[in-house]
Design a protein around this ligand. Structure first.
Ligand SMILES: Cc1cc2nc3c(=O)[nH]c(=O)nc-3n(C[C@H](O)[C@H](O)[C@H](O)COP(=O)(O)O)c2cc1C
Length: 313
């Protein structure tokens, strides 16, 4: 099982100055890696959907490696996405096959950093331009990570940059991707992600026993939730008792999970849809933003702050 699959979206990798270096470096330094060069696998853009889906199923971490073309992915990678992220694979009632896998976008960008700014000639930030990919990840249940990108990657002899310069930047870029992959595979971040998942599975059960929740909470945890403010394990028990009285059934869907390092350890930004039925038979369908702060105590993540805000129109 390859833990890491790299999808190389460059349409002509042999002619690349930077993506080629990055791809070669990832191939050398990451163990258990499957590098899928779309340019050589599919020169006619006829994607083998079954083979690509199998490669994704086998991976924990998916890296999309591509040059920025017209503020987006190259056409070959877009075709791959259109074909491979199919109904009941990446979305739809049975489309949970990618759920919980990590997605890294790794991008080489021609234009300079200052141009990707409201006052620059490219107007928008890279993060804004990547919103369609970010939303694709959310819909597929992938854990979306901050993109890794490097500017000024065009080499036009005598006009832009030197070959040595872009090659050195490509090497440095590869190191950032390798470090991120190592973090994700080993990491505390994965433990946080597992905790988030387990938390909502327990919330769906609404079981009488609070122990599974308490083991995930710091003893001084603070809850800011629509029902009020609750402190510590005792506070959680009060809140949870209210929820159990309020709801007969509850189903939580994690529409967005973004985990980032924070001052106390990690911050989890979540968007959660709750579909529930109240004890009085009323149907509830709400969307909430949650911000959790977690810190590590004896190698285990614990929630120290839990904030819920209801999303309104
Ligand atoms: C068709 C095409 C479209 C491009 N569009 C953009 C763009 O929208 N923004 C940008 O900053 N650079 C753009 N570039 C520059 C590429 O991002 C840059 O050449 C590439 O990242 C270098 O990677 P390589 O050395 O692996 O080919 C474009 C280049 C090509 C060929």
């Amino acid at each position: 099982m390859s833990k890491v699959v790299v999808i190389s979206g460059h349409p002509e990798l042999e002619k690349s100055n930077t993506n080629k270096i990055i791809i070669d470096q990832l191939g050398k330094e990451i163990e258990s890696i499957d590098v899928r060069r779309l340019d050589t696998l599919y020169p006619n853009y006829q994607i083998d959907v079954e083979a690509e889906q199998q490669a994704l199923l086998a991976a924990d971490v998916i890296v999309l490696q591509f040059p920025f073309y017209w503020y987006s992915v190259p056409a070959l990678l877009k075709k791959w996405l259109d074909d491979v992220f199919s109904y009941n694979f990446a979305y739809g009632s049975k489309g949970d096959k990618l759920k919980g896998k990590e997605l890294i976008t790794s991008i080489t960008i021609g234009g300079p950093a200052e141009s990707y700014d409201p006052l620059g000639y490219n107007h928008f930030t890279i993060e804004q331009l990547l919103h369609p990919i970010q939303q694709t990840a959310y819909l597929a249940g992938l854990n979306y990570h901050a993109p890794i990108y490097t500017h000024g990657m065009v080499y036009i002899p005598g006009v832009y940059n030197t070959l040595e310069d872009v090659e050195a930047k490509a090497q440095a870029h590869a190191t950032r991707v390798i470090d991120k992959v190592a973090d994700l595979l080993s990491s505390q971040e994965r433990q946080v992600s597992a905790l988030v998942k387990a938390w909502f599975e327990n919330m769906d059960n609404l079981g009488e026993d609070e122990t599974p929740f308490l083991s995930e909470l710091d003893e001084n945890v603070v809850f800011h939730v629509p029902e009020g403010e609750y402190n510590g394990h005792a506070g959680f028990k009060d809140w949870y008792r209210q929820l159990r009285n309020m709801f007969d059934t509850a189903s939580h869907t994690l529409e967005q999970v973004v985990i980032t390092p924070s001052e106390v350890g990690f911050k989890a930004d979540l968007r959660v849809r709750l579909i529930a039925r109240t004890a009085s038979g009323e149907d509830v369908n709400v969307l909430v933003n949650e911000e959790w702060q977690l810190s590590f105590k004896s190698d285990q993540p614990k929630i120290v702050r839990y904030q819920v805000d209801v999303v309104t129109g």
